[in-house]
Design a protein around this ligand. Structure first.
Ligand SMILES: [Zn+2]
Length: 187
């Protein structure tokens, strides 16, 4: 896309307000009040126009003393760096480490700074699963491991991998593996 030749302040401002990723790499915007600069696509709070300065290159913004935003990482030289990928990976890590806890979508979303609705959609788009389905997969993988490597009963395993009642454990187990924990252990 060749848009560099018509990058007026008006065009850049509009791209900033709408978080238009097509302009990533074309310019950067810095916010005087925070001292931070961003890519156009950054989902951080929209600044006020009179606090904004536009730069063609990240280097220029750095030279002027602006710090790169931690969220969109304008200092990393990738034309279409996708910050949402990192968010999804963060959520995967949380689910993999805390699978045995009571995890609510609401809290997950809060941890990564998104709305539950948007997180659900984004996660599904990137992984093919909702966070809830992903958590189920992680839990059942752990359960399978425990079934095969320990003498714990199915009941104990269900609780250990984070289920609060047995029927939801059995249901999830069947969903993922196609059989019951007892049948699985005998295989
Ligand atoms: Zn940013």
């Amino acid at each position: 896309m060749n848009i560099s030749d018509k990058l007026t302040a008006e065009v850049m401002w509009k791209a900033t307000v709408t978080c238009d990723a097509r302009y990533d790499g074309e310019f950067f915007y810095a916010v005087k009040t925070t001292g931070i600069f961003c890519r156009p696509s950054c989902k951080s709070r929209t600044p006020q126009l009179n606090n904004v300065r536009f730069f063609k290159y990240a280097q220029e913004a750095l030279r002027e003393g602006f710090r790169p935003c931690k969220r969109c990482r304008p200092d990393i030289y990738v034309r279409h760096y996708d910050p949402s990928q990192e968010i999804v990976e963060d959520v995967q890590t949380i689910l993999e480490n805390r699978y045995d806890e009571k995890i609510q979508l609401k809290n997950l979303a809060q941890d990564v700074g998104l709305s539950p609705f948007y997180l659900n959609r984004l996660f599904k788009e990137k992984t093919g699963f909702t966070p809830r389905q992903y958590l189920e997969k992680v839990r059942i993988q752990k359960a399978v491991l425990l079934l095969k490597t320990t003498d714990l009963s199915s009941t104990e395993i269900g609780f250990q991998v984070g289920y609060e009642n047995l029927s939801s454990f059995y249901k999830a187990f069947k969903n993922v593996t196609g059989c019951s924990p007892g049948e699985y252990r005998k295989m």
